[in-house]
Design a protein around this ligand. Structure first.
Ligand code: SF4
Ligand code: SF4
Length: 323
């Protein structure tokens, strides 16, 4: 009986080059180990990192990406984008002991021999590594409300299942950088805590919390999609979005503290209502010089109540039932 380990291997092939090479290899009846399934995509640039992670989560023992040679992509640089993502994923998966199970190769339509050689070599390599530690651990693809949350869930699942502890890691160069990751970075000398960045962030990355009379600004690193809305809308140029990826920050599901600033306490009701530095800055504006300084010591609710009282004194509102 043949007791050879029969791995499950997924080979993503670009329509224009590698798929044609795989077809030609088949037509020429080249001998290949029968443990791989080809998935044809129009371009390797279409392969989202999640496709690869989901393949592993669903039990693939190895994943190979095969695309056009550099400079020959039908969509200009889809193959190079895929190469960057694969380098990135190899580094991240490497920490969970899965990095060697992912490879990318450039194989032209006229290279059926290369396709045969690379696939056979990869199959043998995976056979020597044995079954993936994720095998049989999950039957369904992971699905979360957003793609970002699904990616976070997939990596969390992989590290939890393998028992590996993610180490601090960032891409060393553009060659392994992945797009769409970064975080807001605050300038403590410029930020006045106005809250525009928090209100305009579409991903609820930025948090403002009141803690013992201070306003704490923090952000959820893993949610930032680097849209730059915070940066573009800050009236004080106090926040910049820096692109980059850091594995531990990405996987930790808690807010990272950026700044804190003292809040002013309302002189009437005693509640904390706005940052001291913001109110002082507004007070300094020339066009507001005519305002009495006490107005900056009162919260908006108490101001409204006082204003209503003034109106009642000025106008006779009793016929309207307002006393
Ligand atoms: S918009 Fe600018 S000033 Fe306002 S809280 Fe954000 S970073 Fe600070
Ligand atoms: S870059 Fe976009 S997603 Fe990130 S914190 Fe700023 S507004 Fe939010």
């Amino acid at each position: 009986m043949n007791t050879e380990f029969k791995p499950k291997i997924v080979v993503f092939c670009c329509n224009w080059c590698s798929y044609a090479a795989s077809d030609a290899a088949g037509v020429a009846r080249r001998k290949m180990k029968p443990y791989f399934n080809v998935i044809r995509v129009m371009c390797t640039g279409r392969i989202d990192p999640l496709f690869i992670l989901q393949a592993f989560i669903l039990g693939a023992d190895g994943v190979m990406i095969a695309g056009c040679h550099p400079g020959e992509c039908h969509y200009q640089k889809g193959n190079l984008d895929a190469h960057r993502r694969v380098n990135f994923l190899r580094a991240v998966l490497g920490q969970a002991g899965l990095g060697d199970r992912l490879e990318m190769h450039f194989i032209a339509a006229g290279e059926p021999n290369k396709f045969q050689v690379e696939v056979n070599r990869f199959v043998e390599k995976i056979q020597s590594l044995g079954p993936s530690p994720l095998k049989g651990k999950n039957k369904k693809p992971l699905e979360e409300p957003t793609k970002r949350q699904t990616l976070l869930g997939a990596l969390t699942f992989i590290f939890n299942t393998t028992g590996a502890k993610p180490e601090s890691w960032s891409p060393a160069s553009e060659e392994e950088m992945i797009e769409g990751f970064g975080s807001p970075v605050y300038d403590p000398d410029k930020c006045l805590g106005c809250g525009a960045c928090m209100r305009l962030c579409p991903e609820e990355v930025i948090r403002f919390d009141e803690v013992d009379g201070t306003q704490v600004i923090s952000h959820f690193y893993s949610n930032c999609i680097t849209c730059r809305k915070c940066e573009e809308n800050c009236p004080y140029e106090a926040v910049k979005v820096e692109k980059g990826f850091e594995l531990q920050s990405f996987l930790q599901r808690k807010a990272i503290k950026d700044l804190d600033m003292k809040l002013r306490q309302c002189s009437v009701c005693g509640r904390y209502f706005a940052p001291e530095c913001l109110l002082d800055d507004i007070k300094k504006k020339e066009e507001l010089e005519f305002l009495p300084s006490e107005i900056f010591e009162i919260c908006p609710d108490c101001k409204r109540t006082q204003l209503a009282g003034h109106f009642k004194k000025i106008f006779n509102l009793e016929p309207l039932g307002i006393t």
